[in-house]
Each structure stands twice: as structure tokens, then as C-alpha cells.
Design a protein around this ligand. Structure first.
Ligand SMILES: Nc1ncnc2c1ncn2[C@@H]1O[C@H](COP(=O)(O)OP(=O)(O)OP(=O)(O)O)[C@@H](O)[C@H]1O
Ligand SMILES: [Mg+2]
Length: 307
């Protein structure tokens, strides 16, 4: 069982208008609402890949059902801590004429000490029942930057994956998760300098691995990806595909790694599955997640070289 911790889920409300008028009146042509969150994405893609998964996090009673329903429909478990109030809404205004999106995001409700303690308990419980716990995404107001560290430390004996940015990653790494997946920018933030070349990125990733992280994977968007266990390092150049939307590419990549790990594959095998899943994700439109057929077709197209 893969447990995905999603502490700051959201409802994406996408509205389409003909042409955005700043400071004026905009008429909505069509709209849709999706229950989202990086942990939700990983749980859903894990299901697509045939793994049992569940999503836990904070959900709010007024409108959280949209997210719970999406998980249930995919056959993923939902074990959230439910609180009174509303899930934050992220408004995405799509300007049809100029094909541009303006985003207006809410921060989310404040999470107090009692609620944080409930989440620590939840993670302790899940760690006993899951093979892997995935910690990913932003933290809601009230959760300190070392909250992932606290949670990972509470998940003793369970394999933990951390995909977070800035302080959340730096502090979370102190708890020695099994795998981290920064993108290039997140790795740069971690090491405090710009990384210009592949050897520089490799060096920085290997240094992170030597801090006691078993697997460090770095995704570089359209420039491919690399993975290291501190000894060996593999690079995969980008697979040339028609890019429709990069939304959820990183989350799909994490789910692909989990698939490789669940099959007991070696580092190169785990890497291949992650890259195939990330690449499959960019070939789908809008907020749609990866399709199984695209992932399977992609596996043989991923070229891996040791660097
Ligand atoms: N333009 C692209 N062409 C082909 N593959 C891509 C492209 N962008 C991303 N990918 C694939 O998806 C993987 C993850 O993408 P990326 O590095 O953008 O993740 P991320 O920044 O963590 O994204 P997210 O916003 O989902 O967190 C890449 O390593 C690559 O395999
Ligand atoms: Mg990411």
C-alpha cells in the first residue's frame, strides 16, 4: 500500500473567458472544478499503475467531498483528517483568445497544534500499514517548515519519499527519507547556488545522497532527468514527445519510481519507470493525469546512460 500525504489539497476552479479584461467585467463561457493536490495526483497515478494507494491529509467538510469522491472513483483509499471549513480554491482564468492562464490562489485554512498532532498520529498509524509513504506539496498555514521532518520521523520503519521545495526539503532531509525528487530549481535552492552543467547537477545530487538519502532523483523538465544512490549515477535525456501539458509530470514521475520499487527493480529500472511516467504525463491535455498505455509504450523509448 502506498500512502500519499497531501496536507494542503485544493479545488482547482478553471473558468474560460473569451479575452481577459484587467479591471473590467469578464463573462464565464464554461467552468469546471477538480479536486487536486500533489499527494492526490501520486495516489491516482499509483492506482493507474496497478498499485494499492490511499491519500491522507487535511480535508474540510464544506467541499472536501469533491476530492474524496475523485479518490474513491479511482479505487484509491481516503483517510484524511476532516476539519470544519472549506478546502481552498485556486482560480484559473483561461483566456481563450490569447491562450493564457491567470492564476489566483488561496493559501488554505490555518492548521493548529491539535490538528497537527492528529496528523502525526495518522502518519504513525499509516506507517504500520503502508510499504511506502509519500510526502509531497505545499504546507498549509500553521504548519512549520520542519513539519515533513516531524512526520517522516514519526513513520519509523516505513520507506518515505519526499518531494518538496525549499525549507520543507532541507529540513525534511534531516529525517533521512529513502528517496527525494527535487527538480533542478529545488536542488539549486538546496545547495544554495545555480547549477549550470550536468556534471554540476550530478555532483550536487550525489552529495545529497551521501547525506544518507538512499536515492536522489533530479528532474530537469525538458532537459531530462538523473538518478543516483551516491555511488552510481544515471542520466536519461528527454524523450521527444508532443508536449500538451506539464501539469503533474513530477507527481507521475514519483509514482513511476514507486512502481519500480514495488517490482523490486534496480536503480536503472526504477529510473526508467519514473521517466516513462513523467513523459507519459506531458502527453495528456490540461490537468489530466498519465494514461497506462502511454506509460507502457514509453518504457522502451527511455534511454538510460551511466554518467
Ligand atoms: N517538456 C518535456 N518533454 C518531455 N518530458 C518532460 C517535459 N517536461 C517534463 N518532462 C518529464 O517529466 C519529468 C518531471 O518533470 P519536471 O522536471 O518538470 O517536474 P517538476 O518540476 O517536479 O513538476 P511538478 O510541477 O509536477 O512538480 C521530467 O524529468 C521528464 O521526464
Ligand atoms: Mg515537483
Amino acid at each position: 500500500m502506498i500512502g500519499c500525504i497531501c496536507l494542503n489539497p485544493c479545488i482547482d476552479r478553471t473558468v474560460e473567458i473569451e479575452e481577459f479584461t484587467y479591471g473590467g467585467m469578464n463573462r464565464i463561457l464554461s467552468w469546471r472544478e477538480d479536486g487536486c493536490g500533489k499527494g492526490v495526483n501520486v495516489a491516482l497515478v499509483a492506482r493507474t499503475l496497478g498499485m494499492d494507494s490511499l491519500c491522507a491529509g487535511f480535508l474540510f467538510e464544506d467541499n472536501g467531498a469533491l476530492i474524496a469522491e475523485r479518490l474513491r472513483a479511482a479505487g484509491a483509499g481516503e483517510e484524511c483528517v476532516w476539519l470544519p471549513g472549506k478546502v481552498r480554491t485556486n482560480l484559473k482564468v483561461f483566456d481563450r483568445k490569447n491562450a493564457r492562464i491567470t492564476e489566483i490562489n488561496e493559501a488554505g485554512a490555518f492548521i493548529g497544534e491539535k490538528e497537527r498532532e492528529k496528523m502525526v498520529e495518522k502518519v504513525r498509524d499509516l506507517a504500520r500499514r503502508c510499504d511506502t509513504l509519500v510526502f509531497t506539496g505545499s504546507l498549509p498555514p500553521g504548519c512549520p517548515a520542519d513539519f515533513y521532518k516531524t512526520l517522516i520521523e514519526s513513520a519509523k520503519g516505513c520507506r518515505c519519499v519526499l518531494d518538496a521545495e525549499g525549507e520543507k526539503l532541507t529540513r525534511g532531509m534531516e529525517a533521512r527519507p529513502y528517496l527525494i525528487k527535487p527538480n533542478q530549481y529545488e536542488l539549486e535552492l538546496r545547495v544554495g547556488r545555480k547549477l549550470e552543467t550536468l556534471p554540476e547537477i550530478k555532483e550536487a545530487a550525489m552529495r545529497c545522497a551521501r547525506e544518507g538519502i538512499a536515492v536522489v532523483a533530479v528532474s530537469m523538465g525538458g532537459d531530462g532527468a538523473l538518478i543516483t544512490d551516491g555511488e552510481t549515477c544515471y542520466y536519461a535525456p528527454v524523450v521527444p514527445v508532443k508536449v500538451r501539458s506539464t501539469v503533474g509530470a513530477g507527481d507521475s514521475m514519483v509514482a513511476g519510481f514507486l512502481h519500480g520499487l514495488s517490482l523490486g527493480e534496480d536503480l536503472a529500472g526504477v529510473f526508467r519507470r519514473g521517466v516513462a511516467a513523467g513523459t507519459a504525463a506531458v502527453t495528456t491535455e490540461g490537468t489530466q493525469l498519465m494514461e497506462l498505455e502511454d506509460y507502457e509504450a514509453m518504457l522502451s523509448r527511455v534511454a538510460i546512460e551511466e554518467i
